[in-house]
Design a protein around this ligand. Structure first.
Ligand SMILES: O=C1O[C@H](COP(=O)(O)O)[C@@H](O)[C@H](O)[C@H]1O
Length: 272
């Protein structure tokens, strides 16, 4: 069963990104206390990358054991590995190069350096996810479930930005990716936002996460946020589809909140 969305509104994008960074650090510390390691799925986009910078700048960042954080991406642009358009490249610059990660836990989706098509890179990413799920299952001595391990590892937090057209990850309105029900990862062609070729987790994969955090700022996103929170059909408004199993948080700024249904509005207390 997935949780009803909770909306937390912050005065502007810089306060928002600092607040998400503080939440993320706290969450990773809590999960590591419980499981020894934590898994986060990163997003690209303005708020996603700005939040990673805010994490790197936070005096609390050393509270996380970064070598025991597993990093995955919700989507990636299918271009060269060192292309500045890559979400992973931007994450590297904003955060990963500033902390002590374990390279074996940084799971960057494939690029044109190694694959001939976004579908091949998607298949490879799905395979790596399923191997991580199997390894997690095997390592958990308390996990005596008879069934096969799932195709995805435990995602503690999935971060998702939202485009002005309401896309999330690289799932765009009316395209095949947002309709996908079986696969965990899809290759995307003809993305309306450049670059045209991408790799994306699907909605069923995203929705295995314990927590999904939608991170959005700006007036140009207000329509998408309003429609998503009003419960529009995800095929037309992909941002209405993601839901964490225990928590779905919308962490947004006032500009993005102008069309949020009144009953969902809750201003974040100063300092949260
Ligand atoms: O292309 C993408 O766009 C979205 C949102 O980006 P923004 O710059 O409008 O905030 C992002 O969430 C996604 O990961 C990315 O690949």
């Amino acid at each position: 069963m997935s949780a009803e969305p909770r909306v937390s509104i912050h005065p502007d994008s810089s306060v928002l990104m600092a607040a998400i960074a503080a939440r993320l650090i706290t969450k990773l510390v809590d999960v590591q206390d419980r499981f020894g390691e934590a898994t986060v799925v990163l997003t690209g986009g303005t708020v996603g990358i700005g939040t990673l910078k805010a994490v790197a700048d936070s005096p609390a960042a050393p509270a996380v054991d970064w070598a025991k954080v597993n990093f995955w991406w919700g989507d990636e642009r299918f271009v060269g590995s060192q292309d500045p358009d890559r979400n992973a490249f931007q994450a590297q610059e904003a955060l990963l190069k500033h902390i002590d990660v374990d390279p074996a836990r940084v799971h960057v989706p494939g690029s044109t350096d190694d694959f001939g098509s976004p579908e091949q890179a998607a298949e490879d990413y799905a395979r790596r996810l399923s191997e991580a799920a199997a390894a997690e299952h095997a390592a958990d001595a308390s996990d005596d479930r008879p069934e096969e391990p799932g195709r995805l590892p435990r995602f503690d937090v999935v971060l998702l930005g939202v485009g002005p057209d309401a896309h999330v990850a690289s799932l765009f309105p009316e395209q095949a990716g947002i309709r996908e029900k079986q696969l965990t990862v899809v290759g995307v062609r003809n993305s309306p936002k450049p670059p045209p070729e991408r790799i994306s987790l699907t909605l069923p994969a995203i929705n295995t996460a314990a927590e999904v955090w939608m991170v959005v700022a700006g007036e140009d996103k207000a329509g998408a946020v309003g429609l998503a929170l009003a419960g529009a059909n995800p095929v037309q408004v992909p941002a209405s589809g993601p839901a964490g199993r225990s928590r779905t948080l919308w962490l947004i700024d006032e500009n993005a909140a102008s069309r949020v249904p009144e009953q969902l509005v809750r201003k974040a207390p100063a300092g949260s």
